[in-house]
Design a protein around this ligand. Structure first.
Ligand code: ADP
Ligand code: MG
Length: 382
């Protein structure tokens, strides 16, 4: 069994102006076999958190526990973790076999066993016929598979991956994502995966830790963070194109229904989930671009807005509109006839509403929950 717990991890780096707080009180409990993603914008502390888990950084305070044992002071090489980073450092002069087997050589295993285990790992990654070749003879995808095989061969207690796919093209990304998930399922050990790409997080994870400024804003399943973002930061970060928000005034909110006024227009909605006990006051009304309809598809328009730009995305079109507080985004069927620079009726699906407290930016209620929109992941596309 392998579990990993972080208790209130803080990591400061000395800098000229004083200290840089890279990780600011991160706690996480990762269960055996879970695929966890740390996701957030650049500089939010993902890599530093991962390096603390790996033992490559020593936390300023807090503890790291593997399987009930405090490993905070245990050096990296004794932690039995497999790591994979963006820059796959295969040794160019070594064969793929020796590259894959390298961690076993470091551990002092005899040659025959090293080669057998390298062959097994290569078979899992479908690069068995590449064993005699050098990294330079392989394609980018094959090199990534070799790097993955090198992590598998170690029989680690957990896998740590830091943006391993960011240098790959879109098609290869989807392919290697699937390989990583296959390996994860096969080995059944926890994987902690770092990415700044929210779509990758939604596609791969059992649970997602959304990070911002050294802290975890929310830790939950993809459904939790997409349908029930605990605050405005998570709502904005998860989902692309990102959620729209408008200032509004809440006039009524119960466990069943609510009423909010947005720029003089009233929206009545039924309540899916409610958080806290606020019933009125200043709010931010969030709605995803998928919940906005335009033109002749609108039954009861809320606004008439100028259509600034329409760009096709897959089988849909992203429309940008001149909203009352800046740009509003709508995802509409690509076939819909829309004319740029014209005024168009705009409707918002009352089942697609996320209500946030204007002061604290915390979630107060949602209307449609999981029935409102589908979570966009690259798995949906296949
Ligand atoms: P992420 O991986 O999310 O992009 P990092 O963990 O790399 O973020 O960095 C978090 C913050 O800590 C950033 O502001 C970064 O500049 C700072 N930081 C990271 N490593 C060091 C270091 N060795 N010295 C000083 N500051 C650092
Ligand atoms: Mg990083």
């Amino acid at each position: 069994m392998s579990t990993i717990s972080l208790h209130d991890i803080r990591k400061e780096f000395p800098v000229e102006s004083g200290v840089e707080v890279a990780v600011d009180g991160v706690s996480l409990d990762i269960e055996d076999g879970e695929f966890i993603t740390l996701v957030g914008p650049s500089g939010c502390g993902k890599t530093t958190t991962l390096r603390c888990i790996a033992g490559l950084e020593r936390p300023t305070s807090g503890t790291i526990v593997f399987d009930g044992q405090d490993v905070t002071e245990v050096p990296a090489e004794k932690r039995q973790l497999a790591m994979m980073f963006q820059n796959i450092a295969l040794y160019p002069h070594m064969t793929i076999r020796d590259n894959i087997a390298y961690p076993l050589k470091v551990d002092g295993l005899p040659k025959a066993e090293r080669h057998e285990r390298a062959r097994e790992a290569a078979a899992v990654m479908q690069i068995e016929d590449m064993l005699e070749k050098k990294p330079g003879d392989l394609s980018g995808g094959q090199r990534q598979r070799a790097a993955l095989a090198r992590t598998v061969v170690q029989d680690p207690i957990a896998f740590l991956m830091d943006e391993p796919l960011s240098d790959l093209d879109a098609k290869l990304k989807i392919e290697i994502r699937r390989e990583i998930l296959n390996v994860h399922k096969r080995i059944g050990r926890p994987t902690i995966y770092v990415t700044h790409d929210q779509e990758e997080a939604l596609t791969m994870s059992d649970r997602i830790a959304v990070m911002n400024d050294g802290k975890i804003e929310q830790f939950g399943t993809r459904e939790d963070v997409y349908y029930y973002p605990e605050n405005l930061f998570v709502a904005h970060f998860i989902g692309n194109p990102s959620i729209n928000t408008l200032e509004g005034e809440l006039t009524d909110l119960s466990d069943d229904s609510g009423r909010v006024t947005v720029h003089g227009e009233t929206i009545d909605f039924s309540v899916d989930r409610r958080f806290g006990d606020r019933t009125s006051g200043d709010v931010l009304v969030g709605f995803r671009p998928q919940s906005v309809s335009l033109g002749d598809r609108v039954e009861s328009p809320l606004f008439e807005l100028e259509l600034l730009l329409v760009e096709p995305i897959d089988d849909r079109a992203l429309a940008r509109l001149e909203g009352p507080e800046g740009e509003l985004r709508a995802l509409v069927p690509a076939r819909q006839w829309l004319v740029e620079n014209e005024i168009t009726p705009v409707g918002i699906d009352p089942d697609g509403i996320y209500l946030f407290d204007a002061a604290t930016e915390e979630l107060l209620a949602t209307s449609g929950g999981a029935s409102a929109t589908e979570i966009p992941t690259s798995l949906n596309a296949e």
